[in-house]
Design a binder for this molecule. Structure first.
Ligand code: UN1
Length: 503
């Protein structure tokens, strides 16, 4: 069976109408073979505006449904995802090229955030605040915010929507999603899965609560500029964030930006090298280096460099690269030619900066439009040139260090600030790494890699990563508006700060 045929069958099982897959000009390809899967119709800017209007109407009704009841819809979404995990996971593998356990893992991440959000739907807690006035009560209340726009990237085509949607829905918001034009099929599948949950939930769910807008960049711009969209949660490159952020700021809309990462690990003298090796291998080569949390820079202490780096090189030379649908390879394809070209350009520049390259060449698999590469390990004399930038491909730059203070400075001396890790058994080093003058990233780990975060923590990073937080902890607060309420139940009207104003 061709991949295109399997895709059509999977989508039919998931509830996507056959007619939705053809007749348009948005060509969808599988990176696994490069073959065409569908040609989708794109929504016009005018119709996208209408969809936002309809989602705004949905918000006005949904915000009145009690939180725990809204949680019930997300519980049903979680159930539907459990029931369709195999099909959706497989579709992720087909559309993005992830290996099976990562395709399924992404759906698991969706299920996990649904569970989290269901609990949250009964815990959208406000505060009671001590007031300085007698006979008064002061409190803080959280209310639904409005329409939440989600712009997502190809590499986590479904999980990122669910982190936003599950929270936004329990918070009483509607959600309008513009998926990556590289991965619209998995988005249509999510829309169909969500429709099943809505159907089971019944009439309390308004229509148009979570529409998907298929289109290119212009449709993302409609979301960013439409005054009815209260918050835009955008995942993608720092370049994209530089355009989206100011446009949202101009109309005082909220932004949750999850942009580039240039994540580093530090391997200290006391590290468990077997453990570090495994963590580095998954962090740097997993998902073919196409996670925003991928390990891209590695600082190894001079005392363990010659023990670790040759072993790492061996792993790079021997890791299996190939078709994730038919083989048990650990590294699947890059998403497209642009990603391959970007990788080759970075490697060339690294060479010009004195880098010694292991790997990086194209691996032929009989399909001229599929881009498989051997992951590259580059030993760099110093942190310069392409090491300072995020290249969305499996390149790991390895550097030697001798002084802990200096390596902390180097660790933080890049634009991005998403994820980081340290491998050490020395308490002083690990605590310092997590302290105020340690890693400047939104995620800082000890003895695990930079990627593969659990949903329970707030996910996001600082500096050029954009500052937004999605998923767990109190990230939900971005999806609600806060009201401070002061109630006077006395018979007098004392003014705050002792002001008198007797008329
Ligand atoms: C991303 O690459 O945009 O921490 C998100 C991780 C995953 C999410 C990655 N849970 O690697």
């Amino acid at each position: 069976m061709t991949i295109a045929k399997e895709t059509a069958e999977l989508l039919a099982k998931l509830g996507v109408a056959k007619e939705a897959l053809s007749g348009g000009d948005l060509v969808v390809r599988s990176p696994v073979t490069g073959e065409q899967l569908a040609a989708l119709k794109q929504i016009s800017a005018a119709d996208a505006g209408k969809a936002i209007d309809a989602a705004h109407e949905a918000f006005k009704a949904w915000r009145l449904v009690p939180g725990p009841k809204r949680g019930e819809l997300v519980r049903l979404l979680g159930e539907e995802l459990r029931a369709h995990k195999a099909e959706l996971g497989r579709l992720v593998s087909i559309e993005v090229g992830k290996i099976p356990s990562e395709g399924l893992g992404e759906v698991q991440e969706m299920i996990d955030i649904c569970d989290f959000a269901v609990g949250l739907s009964r815990q959208l807690y406000g505060l009671t605040i001590a007031t300085e006035r007698p006979g008064h009560r002061m409190m803080e209340t959280w209310h639904p915010l409005g329409v939440v726009g989600v712009i997502s990237a190809f590499n986590f085509p479904v999980a990122v929507w669910s982190w936003n949607a599950a929270l936004a829905l329990v918070c009483g918001d509607s959600v309008v999603w513009k998926p990556s034009e590289k991965t619209p099929l998995t988005a249509l599948a999510c829309e169909a899965i969500f429709a099943r949950a809505v159907k089971r939930f019944g009439t309390d769910a308004p229509a148009n609560l979570a529409p998907v807008l298929i289109g290119e960049r212009g449709i993302g711009e409609v979301l960013v500029d439409n005054p009815k969209v209260a918050l835009v949660s955008a995942t993608g490159s720092t370049r994209m964030g530089r355009e989206v952020g100011p446009r949202l700021a101009k109309r005082f809309a909220r932004a949750v930006l999850e942009l580039g990462g240039n994540n580093a690990g530090i391997v200290c003298p006391s590290a468990d090298l077997d453990m570090a090796l495994r963590a580095i291998a998954f962090g740097a080569m997993g998902t073919a280096g196409q996670r925003c949390t991928t390990l891209r820079r590695l600082f190894v202490h001079e005392s363990v460099y010659d023990q670790l780096v040759p072993r790492l090189k061996k792993a790079y030379e021997s890791v299996s690269v190939g078709n994730p649908l038919e083989t048990s390879s650990l590294v699947g394809p890059l998403i497209d030619k642009m990603a391959f070209d970007g990788m080759q350009k970075a490697l060339k520049e690294a060479g010009e900066h004195g880098g010694k390259i292991t790997g990086g060449a194209r691996v032929e698999n009989g399909h001229k439009d599929a881009y498989y590469v051997r992951p590259a390990l580059v030993e760099m004399p110093k942190q310069a040139g392409p090491v300072l930038e995020e290249t969305f491909a499996p390149i790991l730059y390895v550097m030697k260090y001798s002084d802990f203070d200096q390596v902390l400075d180097l660790h933080n001396a890049v634009g991005a600030g998403l994820s980081s890790s340290i491998f050490t058994r020395d308490l002083q080093e690990s605590e310092r790494f997590l302290s105020a003058d340690g890693s400047d990233c939104g995620i800082a780990n000890v003895n695990i890699g930079t990627s593969g975060a659990e949903i329970g923590g707030a996910f996001g990073g600082e500096k050029e990563t954009g500052g937004g937080r999605e998923s767990g902890s109190d990230a939900w607060k971005a999806y609600m508006r806060r009201a401070t309420n002061t109630v006077n139940y006395s018979k007098a009207l004392p003014l705050a700060q002792g002001v008198s104003f007797d008329i």
